[in-house]
Design a protein around this ligand. Structure first.
Ligand SMILES: Nc1ncnc2c1ncn2[C@@H]1O[C@H](COP(=O)(O)OP(=O)(O)OP(=O)(O)O)[C@@H](O)[C@H]1O
Length: 241
């Protein structure tokens, strides 16, 4: 299925990193239209580095949900979500909106907040929300951007497994193509079309999800054989057995 879809972006022997520091040398991969890709790998493997590079190349076609959320704690949920499209409005409209929210964006943000279980929190400063609620505000802001493609750096890391599924379904409903970093291996197999797996600076898995097993994904994690060490990422994500 993957190969028949139109390539949106191809990396062919590209070095990715930060300044002089190469993290992912000689990377080769193709992102295809309509494909949902799970990006897996241990901490420090280069998931954020790869997402940053995709984001740089895809530009305004991609909605972006960063790992650190980038929310302004003093501002209300509404204003944080509205920031997703700040650049589309004039400075005057943005200033006015800060004092007195504009009717149309308010309705659109309210709809998103309802869908994300944030109803009643539109006026609440983000600094007063729980970690899971902040995560959903960050997703709302990315959805509000209304782009064709979604790039997410662990957007479902701090929610329970049931909620993770709901959030991924919401992302899917609004974006045909997505690349999402996550630690929940089962979700990667059940919810995505393709898995990219990074380890030791290399893309060691680039395969259709239906051709992979949990054992294949376990091999990405150097501590997979050690129950104490391997329990921690899943416990944080709430999704590993
Ligand atoms: N701004 C930066 N400057 C230099 N090196 C960086 C920078 N950001 C990340 N790195 C390094 O690049 C490597 C890959 O980091 P990256 O954040 O891409 O990994 P990750 O897989 O997203 O990790 P995590 O799951 O912990 O978020 C790490 O060795 C990290 O120290």
């Amino acid at each position: 299925m993957g190969d028949s879809r139109r390539p949106l972006l191809c990396l062919d022997d590209v070095d990715l990193g930060h300044g002089d520091r190469v993290v992912l040398p000689g990377l080769r991969l193709t992102l295809r239209q309509g494909e949902r890709v799970a990006l897996l790998g241990p901490s420090g493997a280069g998931k954020s580095t790869l997402l940053g590079a995709l984001r740089g190349r895809l530009g305004d076609t991609a909605a972006w949900c960063p790992q650190q959320h980038g929310l302004v704690p003093q501002l209300a949920v509404y204003h944080n979500v509205y920031m997703g499209r700040l650049a589309e409005h004039s400075a005057l409209a943005n200033l006015w909106n800060l004092v007195r929210p504009l009717a149309r964006p308010w309705r659109q943000v309210a709809e998103l907040c309802d869908a994300l279980g944030l109803e009643g929190l539109m006026r609440r400063p983000v600094g007063q929300l729980s970690g899971g609620q902040r995560q959903r505000v960050a997703i709302a802001r990315a959805l509000y951007q209304q782009r064709a493609l979604f790039l997410g750096d662990e957007p479902v890391a701090s929610v329970d497994p049931h909620q993770a599924l709901r959030l991924l379904a919401l992302i899917d409903a609004r974006h045909a193509t997505s690349v999402i970093a996550l630690h929940q291996r089962e979700l990667a197999l059940t919810h995505f079309d393709r898995v990219w797996g990074l380890r030791d600076g290399r893309l060691v898995i680039d395969a259709s999800a239906r051709d992979l097993t949990l054992a294949d994904l376990d091999a990405l994690y150097p501590d997979a054989g050690n129950p104490v060490a391997s329990a921690s990422p899943g416990d944080e994500a709430g999704g590993r057995p």
